[in-house]
Design a protein around this ligand. Structure first.
Ligand SMILES: NC(=O)c1ccc[n+]([C@@H]2O[C@H](COP(=O)([O-])OP(=O)(O)OC[C@H]3O[C@@H](n4cnc5c(N)ncnc54)[C@H](O)[C@@H]3O)[C@@H](O)[C@H]2O)c1
Length: 272
């Protein structure tokens, strides 16, 4: 059901690859709620994914950019402002990539060039977007910025590897930039820490199905789906959450507050 929560708002969605992507669901929900959006991803994502379909469905232009390039990110913001004829109200950072994970290099045998790439693409790029937005004065006062994170930023999760460091950086940037942007422009910045979700990036973590089963068993409300993530994200872009900022918000069915559940215990009991 749509509530017109984003009526008249304009935003940029970074990171929709295909219809499994969290950013895809968020883009669709934003438009359903009355927003106008632009989309951005890498040239490779355009070749391998189905972003053009989303662009047609949402009547949204695509501006190609690699999140590691200041100039390309700057162009996305400039082109989006040209397209809208003014400033934006929100943007979503939904970007993650680790070559160490892709190549199955374990945490105690990391390739450091890959590590730097992981941190740059998945963490520092959030700072880059905020810095560009601030320099261009691209976001209206009381605007909202969201990035997607994962609980492995704060607790140790087997096989999440160097993405944990990237997510820790991401969450810290939301606090540090959240102070400056909040103080000066009333713009809020938050991260959503989402349940494991079957997407291209999510499924890249080895043993993902077991993780999905475990977190579902541990969470009193069950894992949060991609559609539910989109719903939550829309509330953060909307005017209903104008005083929420600098937070890492768990959207995980209660998982982050659990120690052990009956449903998880039942599996362990069977194995002993
Ligand atoms: N799927 C999960 O289990 C889960 C859980 C919590 C958080 N997240 C986070 O959600 C976000 C979106 O991931 P997803 O699960 O929707 O997977 P996804 O694979 O659909 O999205 C990842 C996106 O990152 C983009 N990307 C990679 N390198 C890039 C670069 N150099 N420049 C610009 N874009 C680049 C990809 O093209 C892709 O669109 C990520 O930050 C991910 O860590 C995912």
């Amino acid at each position: 059901m749509a509530y017109n929560l984003l009526k008249g708002k304009k935003g940029i969605i970074f990171g929709a690859l295909n219809d499994q992507s969290l950013a895809w669901k968020i883009a669709k929900r934003a438009v359903e709620e009355g927003a106008e959006i632009t989309l951005s991803n890498t040239p490779m994502a355009l070749r391998l994914g189905t972003l053009k379909q989303l662009s047609e469905e949402c009547n949204a232009p695509i501006y190609v950019a690699d999140a590691t390039s200041f100039t390309e990110i700057e162009n996305v913001f400039k082109q989006s402002m040209d397209h809208f004829g003014g400033k934006i109200d929100f943007f979503l950072h939904s970007i993650g990539m680790s070559m160490n994970v892709r190549k199955s290099l374990p945490y105690d045998n990391l390739n450091y060039d890959f590590l730097m790439k992981t941190l740059d693409i998945s963490g520092v790029s959030f700072h880059r977007m905020l810095q560009v937005a601030r320099k261009l004065d691209a976001i209206n006062d009381w605007g909202s910025v969201v990035a997607l994170s994962y609980i492995a930023a704060q607790r140790t999760f087997h096989r999440y590897n160097d993405m944990s460091e990237a997510k820790a950086i991401l969450e810290s940037i939301a606090r540090s930039f959240g102070y400056m942007y909040g103080r000066d422009k009333k713009i809020r910045i938050n991260t959503i820490s989402q349940s494991p979700t079957a997407t291209t990036a999510g499924s890249g973590v080895k043993g993902f199905d077991s993780l999905l089963d475990f977190t579902d068993r541990m969470s009193p409300l069950g894992n949060a789906s991609a559609d539910e993530c989109a719903d939550y994200c829309i509330t953060l872009f909307s005017d209903l959450t104008r005083k929420v900022t600098m937070q890492n918000l768990f959207h995980d069915g209660g998982f982050s507050s659990m120690g052990m559940s009956l449903r998880a215990m039942q599996v362990i009991d069977k194995e002993i």
